[in-house]
Ligand binder design. Structure first.
Ligand SMILES: O=C(O)c1cc(=O)[nH]c(=O)n1[C@@H]1O[C@H](COP(=O)(O)O)[C@@H](O)[C@H]1O
Length: 292
């Protein structure tokens, strides 16, 4: 196998070619109905193929939400395998939104499922939870980098219920006094900075998830900071349906803005199969016009 290109480098190329919009592949039952598709594996396949067709060459990043495929059991996973392969063949950077996490040895198996080169579920990156401690996912962070893959660690998510836990202040640890969200963010930044080739990379390969609607300062993540070096990839859902707009990006994300992947799912998918390509192109232009 050829030497993999680091995920952070691939992300930088995608930003340069297409900007930061990421199309969310979230086949909600209500959307399948609106698209005239059955709520079945066949419906998922048709829906997914149309989304990939509309996204390819208009944006550079696709985020399938795995729950909507898991609803259909093995048949849903079979469709997902095909869609992941089609999307990657179409040149899209694919972030599998799986939100996995567990003790170290088990979470390593999740990493192999979604990020191992040649796996039937191979994606370019996955979302992951550090609720069992950032140390529990270190092996996956290392394995992802070796394979040229990325990870997005949940830090300050977009759902309002998250605040009580994510804003809690650590009592004991080298990051005592930081919020949970702040400590995870700093841990990921430090990890990227500790890589041998950190200085030559524009982006690290390990990123975080910040909700675009989240008050990051209140979550203990100051945004009036110089962008970290290497840059921190930030998966930011919450644009579109959840209320954030392209023009808000710099204000909300501050020094983290350069690494932001702006995910939109329902706001784009609700344009239906016929209007989707135009909706994606229009929205990609809006991010560009907002200097975002
Ligand atoms: O990790 C995620 O992608 C995620 C994190 C988060 O904090 N909030 C959030 O909405 N998401 C996901 O982002 C997508 C948002 O969808 P829309 O609200 O329809 O744009 C869904 O797939 C969510 O599961």
């Amino acid at each position: 196998m050829s030497e993999p290109i680091p995920f952070g480098e691939r992300l930088a190329s995608v930003f340069a070619a297409y900007g930061r919009l990421c199309v969310g592949l979230d086949p909600h039952a209500s959307l399948l109905e609106r698209w005239g598709q059955p709520d079945s594996a066949e419906g998922l396949r048709e829906f997914g193929l149309r989304v990939i067709e509309a996204a390819a060459d208009r944006v550079g990043i696709l985020k399938p939400q795995i729950a909507f495929f898991e609803r259909h059991g093995a048949a849903g996973y079979a469709v997902l395998e095909r869609l992941l392969a089609e999307a990657r063949e179409a040149g899209l950077l694919v972030i599998a939104d799986v939100k996995r996490g567990d003790i170290g040895t088990t979470v390593e198996a999740y990493g192999e499922a979604w990020l191992r080169r040649g796996s039937s579920l191979e994606a370019d990156a996955m979302t992951i939870s550090a609720y069992q401690g950032l140390g529990s996912i270190e092996q996956v962070m290392a394995a992802a980098e070796t394979a040229g893959k990325g990870l997005f660690v949940l830090a300050a998510t977009s759902n309002p219920e998250a605040a009580a836990i994510q804003r809690a202040v650590l009592q004991q640890s080298s990051r005592a006094g930081h919020t949970v969200a702040g400590a995870i963010t700093q841990g990921v930044i430090s990890w990227n900075q500790g890589r041998a080739d950190a200085a030559s990379n524009s982006f690290g390969s390990i990123g975080v998830v910040f909700g675009a609607t989240t008050d990051l300062r209140a979550a203990g993540i100051p945004t009036d900071v110089d962008p970290p070096r290497p840059g921190l990839p930030v998966l930011a859902p919450g644009f579109g349906h959840q209320g954030a707009e392209p023009g808000d990006l710099r204000v909300r994300l501050g020094g983290y803005a350069p690494g932001v992947i702006a995910n939109e799912s329902r706001s784009l998918l609700s344009a239906g199969p016929d209007g989707l390509a135009d909706a994606i192109a229009r929205r990609a232009d809006e991010y560009g016009a907002a200097g975002a």
